[in-house]
Design a protein around this ligand. Structure first.
Ligand code: ADP
Length: 635
């Protein structure tokens, strides 16, 4: 039995559990793949939008270049003296403009205090006239420069330092997400990049790297894993640093080596996007125009209104975040979220420093909920399968165990039956030998021997008949003749036949039958009589020490009830239900000394059930057994 359990465990349960584990693992892998696909999709959405924005800014730069040429050609001297008014007249996206000679002198008149031109010159005048060095961000591919702050402008701006071209080269080779996402295809690269050979070597001090306004999901995952603790990590995802590094430069560094360009600066938190262009004939004159940020923002909102991919935008909202990390434009106007925690984000570029295109999941819980649902379903399926396998294994083990017990009982049965057959056969052989011997002349002895021979052969044939009956019943081959049977008369007759042998065993037999109107059942007379014979026979075999046996018949509402009660040892509790099983004996013949084959009660149960009734054993109050037979009445 232990071996069977072991085989079931190794062959069925263990593989089932292993398969369940594999299924769960592959589900987790699947989830990771889906997650990374989504991340890539949304990241490319952000990159695409950032790319569009940069192209738009490039268009503005090209437009400015053409506009200046047009004004210079058409307006002659007015182009330098009234440049501010001329530009704003022709270009609604221009906020203010000025002209600078030799990078040191403003050629436009002092504007009205409080006007846009006044604000422009207040913020940028010193930088444009080369009186102040500015801390800028530099993006080599675009050649655009960005000033982070001017408040603490260093006085030693004439100090020799690393060359601009060298620092730009350094920037170009530095790992930058922005550069990867938006390659030279933007076409901005050559616009203001000074030829390294032609560039002077002014001061260019590197400012510290700036962290981004947002913490996209990948960076959060990295920092949650504690990798941020490593102080040696720099840039890239781990530190969530901006890919735009500030550099300190002056105006001549911006305009040298090119004819036009674009610069953006963050002055006291306010963004200034400046476009410049040299006079086509007089290179000492530089035309500067500041873009109207509000007008530009409206155009950017238009860009976001047409998101890159309908499939992507259905599950995420894209936002253009300004340098303060606040949304300047959204693909879904009503959407709101913690703007600092997007799913993914891309920095726009040097003309919009610290601006980001960020993607936010519209329903962040949906991903987890769907994954949870799939995981739960899988768990249920796995548990159901493992449960089914476990229950199946237990059932198989039990049925195999039952079969093994039955096989053992059959072996006992053969031993018991042989023992039962042997006893009458031995008597028959012995007395037939005596009959043939010298004592046979004595007629008295001869009669006695003949009586014994007849009794023993009758016992033998009873036993064989019982075995045959049982085997027929067991195989369902026994035909029962149905007829109305008056149970009272049947019991009276059968008990009468057996009374002698019961009393011969030293027992008193009492019979209680209904006075009149005894129960009538539809059944086979001989088969029903067989039940009474078996029960009384058992009482004699096992309960003769109790000295009495009572047989009673009653008619109840439910049917006929026949009870056979004795005062014998009773049946131990553990065996009570099992004594009706085939070949089951509490003690076998060899050990108990009582003949039997374990089929008597099984036969009784088969007959009772074939008549629609039942039979059970009950312990008798005061000791002994009661066998109760229920039979339905003949309708
Ligand atoms: P058998 O008598 O041939 O062994 P049965 O099926 O008639 O087979 O009985 C099954 C077992 O039930 C017996 O071995 C015996 O242990 C127990 N048994 C039956 N009748 C009685 C009884 N009246 N008192 C005690 N034990 C009984």
């Amino acid at each position: 039995m232990k071996r069977i359990v072991l085989v079931l465990l190794l062959a069925i349960l263990l593989p089932a559990v292993l398969l369940a584990g594999l299924a769960l693992r592959s589900l987790r892998d699947q989830e990771l793949v889906v997650e990374s696909q989504r991340t890539r999709l949304l990241q490319s959405g952000c990159d695409g939008l950032a790319d569009r924005i940069n192209r738009f800014l490039e268009d503005l730069r090209v437009f400015h270049e053409q506009l200046v040429e047009e004004i210079v050609t058409e307006e002659g001297d007015r182009a330098t003296t009234e440049f501010d008014a001329l530009v704003r007249e022709r270009w609604s996206q221009a906020a203010a403009a000025t002209v600078v000679r030799d990078g040191t002198t403003l050629l436009t008149e002092r504007p009205e205090p409080g006007s846009a031109a006044d604000r422009f010159l207040t913020a940028n005048g010193e930088f444009l006239t080369n009186r102040r060095v500015a801390e800028v961000f530099q993006a080599a591919p675009l050649g655009a420069l960005v000033e982070a702050e001017t408040a603490a402008a260093p006085k030693e701006f004439r100090k020799e330092s690393e060359s601009l071209s060298a620092s730009m080269e350094k920037k170009a080779s530095a790992p930058s997400k922005w550069k990867v996402a938006v390659p030279e295809s933007r076409g901005l690269a050559p616009m203001a990049a000074p030829a390294p050979a032609a560039a002077p070597a002014p001061a260019a001090a590197a400012a510290p790297q700036m962290t981004r306004n947002v913490m996209p999901m990948q960076q959060r995952a990295v920092s949650e894993e504690g990798q941020m603790a490593d102080a040696t990590l720099s840039g890239g995802a781990a530190g969530n640093f901006s890919s735009l590094t500030p550099e300190s430069v002056d105006n001549t560094q911006v305009t040298s080596g090119a004819n036009e360009g674009a610069v953006s600066r963050l002055v006291d938190g306010t963004l200034h996007i400046l476009l410049w262009k040299r006079h086509p004939q007089d290179p000492s004159l530089t035309f500067w125009t500041e873009l109207d940020l509000q007008a530009v923002k409206m155009d950017l909102a238009g860009i976001l209104a047409a998101p890159p991919d309908a499939a992507v935008s259905s599950e995420a909202c894209f936002a253009l975040l300004d340098s303060e990390g606040a949304p300047a434009a959204l693909t879904r106007p009503d959407f709101t979220a913690d703007w600092s925690l997007p799913f993914v984000a891309s920095e726009v570029g040097p003309l919009l420093p610290r601006w980001e295109v960020a993607a936010y999941l519209i329903d962040p819980g949906s991903l987890n909920a769907a994954a949870r649902k799939v995981r739960l379903t899988l768990w249920i399926v796995i548990l159901a399968l493992v449960g089914a396998v476990a229950i199946g294994s237990v059932l198989v083990a039990r049925s195999v165990g039952d079969e093994m017990k039955l096989a053992a009982r059959k072996t006992d049965f053969v031993g018991n039956v042989s023992h039962e057959l042997k006893t009458p056969l031995t008597s028959i052989r012995m007395f037939s030998e005596l009959l043939a011997g010298p004592g046979a002349e004595d007629p008295q002895k001869t009669r006695h021997y003949a009586e014994i021979l007849s009794r023993e052969s009758a016992r033998l044939s009873r036993l064989i008949n019982r075995l045959l009956d049982f085997s027929k019943l067991d195989r369902g081959e026994m035909r029962l003749e149905r007829e109305p049977v008056d149970l009272a008369s049947l019991v009276r007759e059968t008990v009468g036949d057996l009374r002698e042998s019961v009393e011969a065993a030293g027992m008193t037999l009492s019979l209680a039958l209904p006075d009149s109107g005894g129960p009538v059942v539809a059944g086979d007379r001989d088969a029903l009589a067989q039940i009474v014979v078996n029960l009384l026979g058992n009482a004699v075999k096992y309960a003769s020490a109790g000295k009495s046996v009572e047989v009673s018949l009653e008619r109840t509402q439910g049917g006929a009830v026949l009870s056979v009660s004795d005062r014998g040892p009773g049946v131990p509790r553990a065996h009570r239900r099992r004594i009706f099983e085939r070949f089951y004996r509490v003690d076998d013949s060899i050990h108990s000394g009582i003949d039997g084959s374990g089929i008597g009660l099984a036969l009784c149960r088969q007959i009772a059930e074939r008549h629609g009734g039942s039979i059970r054993h009950e312990p008798r109050k005061g000791g002994g057994s009661v066998f109760v037979l229920h039979l339905p009445l003949d309708s």
